[in-house]
Design a binder for this molecule. Structure first.
Ligand SMILES: CC(=O)N[C@@H](CC(=O)O)C(=O)NC[C@H](CC1(C(=O)N[C@@H](Cc2ccc(O)cc2)C(=O)O)CCCC1)C(=O)O
Ligand SMILES: [Zn+2]
Length: 671
């Protein structure tokens, strides 16, 4: 025939599109690996040279996205049979920041690197010249000082040194991010994210979980407020108002366990803090990581490969190098032969010898164990079943490690009692991190969405940050805030452009395509990964404790050495077995929809807050009795209360715009 029927072109087109996609994936891997390597080099040794090298690789990545994105637009996938192909092509058409003119793209990439660098090298200096970094100095003051003014020195100083210096960069970054979004046909950056990744029930799920857990948070907030009222007095703490944000033991008031000593329910019962013993027994970062590895292998999971130990950075360098101290776990997946191959895995953490960091060690090691377990999956499936799963693994094991029974077994507590008072003490300590994080996790990206889509304009960044902090956390700034400040920028994830919400790519079940069975990529959606992790880790804990034949209350369970529990999560692959993809949760990676992984682990496919409530039930009952005994109310009806400003008016007059001048740790107004 003088010409082919129309659909021949279509089929040829689809075959061609498949080849195009295969070509994209293989070349993307190389470009992406080059960028990860350069990022590691930069984050573990901040220098102009390393920054430029990293930015070059980032630009190459953007050019790759642009080239393939423009080519993807030439296809017309309307009649394609393969849904995954259509999904992937439509995602590639959105080229994000790569759509910016080169100069603006360079500016955009440079801004993100500059903001993360400013944050990572920021210091607060005293009048006498000594300067303090966030990690470990200011974090130590926030955790250990019980001096209202010294806490304020660290809290306000950090926000002057980090947030304030980043504010203008962030404004410029938002402008460019929104311009890039508009170039891709979206109204703003927030819409760009939400459009490409459908969020079927994302917002409602989150809202429902928060509503279920809010009463627990409000009871804890009331109890802690009472303890801070006793410590700092009526002048600084109002029993019917929000809590000044610098009194909660953490620079962002996102984890409160450091002030446990101010509020231990039964001071004479077993104490639960292993820090003194860790220091007394000379534990160091290496020991903490080895202890964590030992816990993983006791479950029958994998040990760290040898290069992990010599490539990781487990302590803040003392050779003067500047580094990004914010902990992270890296999967270079830089081995072509992914079948039974290895992959470079590393952790970067400025580890401090204390209980809080021992939990963080397990958190990061949970990421690495996941990397190890799914390394034999195809690249597209090397992810958590959903991002919350990836965040939960390490924390689940830490729930066992933190029990007094386990700490005693590794010599970090000298005595253990199992009685109601000790149980309440323990539950309180865990709740101060797990429950108090929830409102923070919930508000982090609400602020960011609103900034992206313009509901929060530049002139109200700080006002809106604090209205969300008041609404969800019931905390208030201890000193007046203005739009000169940029308090959201004092939290790593904002300047580093690391979302709390992460993209979850989902796969359909097996379905019948014309002529063959298969699966396709469903519209991906967003997962508020840290908030989700705090909910599902208690579902996982309950399931693993059941597998370990634990009897008794859930919070006393320690799955240490339970091979039955380990078998649910993954296992040590013998080389021969790596070709048969295992059916363990972590080995699945993101190859199956997350409800299947949830069902494999817990016996049912839903995310549920019930195991979390069940875990804390004894404390919930105790808190309700304690608060009504003290006549304390839940919430902060006097929402516009603020701590006294008088002395600050004087200080503001006396001190320059940087942190209040101080002698050794004390703030001296009248001198
Ligand atoms: C290459 C790369 O980026 N890799 C990812 C991992 C991956 O995606 O594969 C990664 O390493 N991200 C770093 C991030 C670090 C931490 C964090 O930022 N935590 C949140 C919230 C929170 C706080 C307490 C807690 O117990 C659990 C979570 C915060 O501190 O606000 C800080 C210490 C803990 C976890 C992390 O490990 O999640
Ligand atoms: Zn994590």
């Amino acid at each position: 025939p003088e010409h082919y029927p129309e659909d021949i072109d279509k089929i040829a087109d689809e075959v061609q599109a498949k080849e195009f996609l295969a070509d994209f994936n293989s070349s993307a891997e190389e470009v992406w690996n080059a960028y990860i390597e350069a990022s590691w080099t930069y984050e573990s040794n901040i220098s102009e040279h390393n920054k430029q090298a990293m930015l070059e690789k980032k630009l190459e990545m953007s050019n790759h996205t642009l080239t393939y994105g423009l080519k993807a637009r030439e296809f017309d996938p309307t009649d394609f049979q393969d849904q995954s192909l259509k999904r992937m092509l439509s995602k590639m058409r959105d080229i994000h920041s790569a759509g910016l003119p080169e100069q603006e793209l360079r500016m955009y990439n440079d801004l993100v690197a500059t903001m993360e660098t400013k944050y990572s090298v920021a210091e607060v200096c005293r009048a006498n010249g000594t300067c303090h970094s966030l990690d470990p100095d200011l974090n130590k003051i926030m955790a250990e000082s019980r001096d209202y003014m010294e806490l304020l020195f660290a809290w306000q100083g950090w926000r002057n040194a980090s947030g304030r210096t980043i504010r203008q960069d962030y404004v410029r970054y938002i402008q460019l991010a929104n311009k890039a979004a508009r170039l891709n046909g979206h109204s703003d950056n927030g819409a760009s994210w939400r459009s490409v990744y459908e969020t079927p029930t994302f917002e409602q799920d989150l809202e429902r979980l928060w509503r279920e857990l809010e009463p627990l948070y409000l009871n804890l907030h009331a109890y802690v407020r009472r303890a801070l009222y006793k410590k700092y007095g009526a002048k600084h703490v109002n029993l019917r108002g929000p809590i000044p944000a610098h009194l909660l033991g953490n620079m962002w008031a996102q984890a409160w366990s450091n002030i446990y000593d101010l509020l231990a329910p039964y001071p004479n019962a077993t104490q639960v803090d292993a820090t003194p013993a860790m220091v007394a027994k000379g534990w160091d970062a290496q020991k903490m990581f080895e202890e964590s590895e030992h816990f993983f292998t006791s479950l029958g999971l994998k040990p760290m490969p040898p290069e992990f130990w010599n490539k990781s950075m487990l302590e803040k360098p003392t050779d003067g190098r500047k580094v990004v101290c914010h902990a992270s776990a890296w999967d270079f997946n830089n081995r072509k032969d992914f079948r039974c191959g290895t992959t470079d895995l590393q952790i970067k953490q400025c580890t401090v010898v204390n209980m809080y960091d021992l939990v963080t060690v397990h958190h990061e090691m949970g990421h690495v164990q996941y990397f190890l377990q799914y390394k034999d999956q195809p690249v597209s499936f090397r992810d958590g079943a959903n991002p919350g799963f990836h965040e939960a693994i390490g924390d689940v094991l830490a729930l066992s490690v933190s029990t007094p029974k386990h700490l005693h077994s590794i010599g970090l507590l000298d005595k253990v009692e199992t009685n109601p008072e000790s149980d309440i003490n323990y539950l309180m300590k865990i709740a101060l991190d797990k429950i108090c994080f929830l409102p923070f996790g919930y508000l982090m990206d609400q602020w960011r969405w609103k900034v992206f889509d313009g509901r929060i304009s530049e002139g109200e960044y700080n006002k809106e940050w604090w209205s969300l902090r008041l609404k969800y956390q019931g905390v208030c700034p201890p000193v007046p805030r203005t739009e000169e400040d940029f308090d959201a920028g004092a939290k790593y994830h904002i300047p580093a452009n690391v979302p709390y919400v992460r993209v979850q790519r989902a796969l359909s079940q097996n379905i019948m395509f014309p002529g063959h069975w298969g699966r396709f990529w469903l519209p991906s959606h967003l997962v508020e990964r840290y908030f989700i992790s705090y909910v599902i880790q208690f579902q996982f804990h309950e399931a693993l404790c059941r597998a370990a034949n634990h009897s008794g209350p859930l919070h006393t369970c320690d799955i240490y050495r339970s091979k039955e529990a380990g078998k649910l999560l993954g296992f040590k692959l013998t080389p021969a077995m790596c070709l048969s993809l295992g059916r363990k949760v972590m080995q699945l990676g993101s190859s199956r929809p997350w409800p299947e992984a949830m069902a494999l682990l817990t016996g049912q496919p839903h995310m549920s807050a019930l195991p979390l409530v069940k875990y804390f039930q004894p404390l919930i009952d105790w808190l309700e009795r304690e608060n009504s005994k003290n006549g304390d109310i839940c919430g902060w009806p006097e929402y516009d209360w603020t701590p006294p400003r008088g002395e600050w008016a004087l200080a503001a007059a006396l001190a320059p715009t940087t942190a209040p001048s101080t002698r050794e740790g004390k703030v001296d107004f009248l001198g």
